[in-house]
Design a protein around this ligand. Sequence first.
Ligand SMILES: [Zn+2]
Ligand SMILES: [Zn+2]
Length: 128
Amino acid sequence: MKCYLHGDRDATGTCTRCGRALCPDCTMTVNGNVVCRQCTEQMASSAATVQVVNRKEPILSVVLSFLVPGLGQIYNGHVKKGIVLLIGYFLLCWTCLVPLVIWLYGMYDGYKVAEAINRGEYQQDWFS
Ligand SMILES: [Zn+2]
Ligand SMILES: [Zn+2]
């Protein structure tokens, strides 16, 4: 078997991703897996895409929290925190102050967490 890029060179391995034959020059190792250069580049660009997709809009998180307590947290990926805030809000409807605090906290937390996610800081959800 010959390298898919270098027809004159014998392949020493195959890409674990696309299965093409690779000579030592074309072989890259990512997390212990042999992959070709092309796949390495594809993986890097798809990782970059994920980074963009993961960006959160702090204002949107505040707006969602304004509309429904906890919704901004769910938007940020903190589903459990969002549900706790939402249930807490409705369970404590009979009081005046606590739902107000939860509502305000939801907007504050939604903004802070969205900003932290954009800075690339990992934010842990509650109970995880
Ligand atoms: Zn490949
Ligand atoms: Zn090659």
